[in-house]
Design a protein around this ligand. Structure first.
Ligand code: BGC
Length: 391
């Protein structure tokens, strides 16, 4: 598979640096310098636990020389911890998670997980393909959400470390049997997590099927760039490269309208604090209980920057690049203080936010939306990069 690094970032790679990857201690010669003793990218594996069904779950830790660390577990491909530097170079965990597999299995609002087969909602848990109606599990009121009762966030993925040149990356695969969750076709999915030397994580999704089906994969990390999960994300400054968004009904299903953001609380074309308009009198904000909508991104199919998020207090900044046509900005409205934080306390209202790159919600039922169909012989392909920096 073709690996991708942004041209603007490629220059930051130090020519001639010896990079090491894989699990286990790296072998070094005695004359190696201290600088060379640290690999640019390393990936290590450790046992994480067993599911209630007895399946073994591993944790892979991706590290770069700068100090970014990302823990990924094979259950759900979940990113359980992700450190990023503030303006003084101090690394802190910036993604919401739990400290045990039991808690992920018991109740998780998709913290850090891979989402499939269909990220977001499908109205009434049903859609038609070539004249045949398919019935999916309804796990969100009358609707289907994030792949159903046992979506890709709740299965154990097969993992391997791929050594490619100087950059190892993590490869996760899962084969979803025909009919799983109600979806047609055997879907073979591969997701790669590639940490770069300059604090970006590239996520690449590919999938093939043996019957016509629908697919919409995404990553459900909740970000709080302050690193202090006792605080809400309302002070984070967000920009979204979108002139339009998709208004929803009471079940958070798009009405089909593509509405201009101009003059509404949904206008993030210029950087704006999330808290600035979130309590405005607005029907769409009431329906979403805050922001929980899909923004329509221009120039679909080409990798371009679509979002920027900054925490002014720490300077931590996240830029998101994707080739997807939409991004769901969810301001953590359903977090209600009932889930435990690893550092003590609980996750309060809006203590994290999601920026899920994806096709539009309910696309299988909305002919005016970009197609999510995948046929045998085709390869689903999608990529998103999360680039961190500090201001
Ligand atoms: C959705 C929210 C939902 C959340 C689940 C988000 O992707 O937009 O409506 O509550 O996932 O945690």
């Amino acid at each position: 598979m073709k690996r991708l690094y942004f041209p603007l970032l490629a220059g930051l790679l130090t020519a001639g640096t010896v990079l090491f990857g894989g699990c286990g201690p790296e072998k070094q010669s005695a004359q190696d310098t201290a600088a060379e003793a640290l690999p640019d990218i390393s990936i290590s594996r450790s046992p994480y636990g067993r599911t209630q069904a007895g399946e073994a779950v591993d944790m892979y830790t991706l590290r770069n020389r700068q100090g970014m660390e990302i823990d990924v577990i094979t259950y759900g491909g979940i990113i359980t911890r992700w450190t990023a530097p503030d303006r003084d170079g101090r690394y802190a965990n910036i993604t919401l998670g739990f400290d045990s597999l039991v808690q992920y299995e018991r109740s998780s609002p998709y913290f850090g997980a891979l989402i499939g087969r269909y990220g977001n909602r499908i109205a009434g848990g049903s859609f038609a393909l070539d004249g045949k109606t398919y019935t999916l599990e309804t796990n969100n009121g009358p609707n289907h959400l994030h792949g159903g009762e046992r979506g890709f966030d709740k299965v154990v993925w097969t993992a391997r470390i791929q050594e490619e040149g100087m950059h190892p990356y993590l490869v996760l695969t899962y084969t979803s049997p025909d009919g799983e969750g109600g979806y047609p076709g055997t879907l073979s999915t591969t997701v790669t997590y590639t940490l770069t030397p300059d604090n970006a994580l590239e996520v690449v999704y590919t999938a093939t099927t043996d019957q016509k089906t629908v697919v919409n994969l995404t990553q459900h990390a909740y970000f709080n760039l302050s690193g202090d999960f006792s605080q809400p994300i309302l002070d984070h400054v967000l920009s979204l490269a979108a002139d339009q968004y998709l208004p929803v009904d009471a079940g958070l299903i798009p009405t089909g309208e593509w509405a201009p953001v101009a003059g509404t609380p949904f206008d993030f074309r210029q950087p704006k604090a999330i808290g600035q308009d979130i309590e405005a009198q607005d029907t769409q904000l009431s329906l979403g209980r805050g922001y929980d909508h899909c923004w329509v991104l221009g120039q679909a199919d080409s990798l371009r920057q679509v979002a920027s998020l900054t925490h002014p207090g720490s300077g931590r900044t996240l830029a998101i690049f994707t080739d997807e046509p939409g991004i769901q900005f969810y301001s953590g409205n359903f977090l209600d203080g009932s889930l435990p934080r690893p550092d003590g306390g609980t996750y309060g209202h809006r203590s994290g936010l999601c920026l899920e790159t994806q096709h539009f919600p309910d696309s299988p039922n909305q002919p005016s939306f970009p197609s999510v169909e995948l046929a045998p012989g085709e390869t689903y392909s999608s990529r998103t990069t999360f680039q961190f920096s500090a201001q």
